[in-house]
Ligand binder design. Structure first.
Ligand code: GAR
Length: 210
């Protein structure tokens, strides 16, 4: 029997990636508990979904702290109340300090709406359109102190179509995010991820579906 793993999910807004993970964890009966959903904004829409699904929620308001260091320390204290095995950043729009990242080294995942290492930072869909790339996508990666870097767990590719604008492209990418993020989190929960010299290896499924 595998031990239940505790997952804490951090959001800043809509929380659609968080929802896709919660739904997959429940319907596929992962050996984990979504221990909490924490937001840095009290008005994050995703908090409502979490509460409706019986998941403890908390707000650590970034506005209320005088510095990044003070905010990250408060956030870490709140997260650690839930004894997480994994911290999942799901549209968590904050730059994190190195001590915070170090504290969760090897147990914090992020999703970024581009094919990293292309287009780190904000407005990724606008960046992709401006660069004229013909494919775009999303990346799930382990978090390291360098923004939008870190060992890549999974990626999904979508075409960039001639008539795309930021919104049509964002929608196409988001649909893929909702597939790859639950998949990557499930791999972590099942203990299948190993980081080997900065490269993520995914072990074969011990119990493949029949
Ligand atoms: C997602 O597209 C996610 O990849 C992106 O924010 C959106 C959040 O949507 N994250 C970043 O840009 C992180 N740098 P959601 O709240 O509906 O999951």
């Amino acid at each position: 029997m595998r031990a239940m793993k505790n997952i804490v999910i951090l959001i800043s807004g809509r929380g659609s990636n968080m929802q896709s993970i919660v739904r997959a964890a429940r319907s596929e009966q992962w050996p984990c508990r979504i221990a909490a959903v924490i937001s840095n904004r009290a008005d994050a829409q995703g908090l409502e979904f979490a509460a409706e699904h019986g998941i403890p929620t908390a707000v650590v308001a970034s506005k209320a702290y005088p510095s990044r260091e003070a905010f990250d320390a408060a956030l870490q204290a709140e997260i650690d109340k839930f004894a997480p095995d994994l911290v999942v950043l799901a549209g968590f729009m904050r730059i994190l300090t190195p001590p915070f990242v170090e504290h969760y080294a090897g147990r914090m995942l992020n999703i970024h709406p581009s094919l990293l290492p292309s287009f780190p930072g904000l407005a990724t869909h606008r960046q992709a359109l401006a660069a004229g790339v013909k494919v775009h996508g999303a990346t799930v990666h382990f978090v390291t102190a360098e923004l939008d870097h870190g060992p890549i767990v999974e990626q999904a590719v979508v075409p960039v179509l001639p008539d795309d604008d930021e919104h049509t492209l964002a929608d196409r990418v988001l649909a893929q995010e909702h597939i790859i993020y639950p998949k990557a989190v499930r791999w972590f929960v099942e203990g299948r991820l190993r980081i080997d010299n900065g490269i993520v290896r995914v072990a074969a499924d011990a119990n493949p579906p029949v």
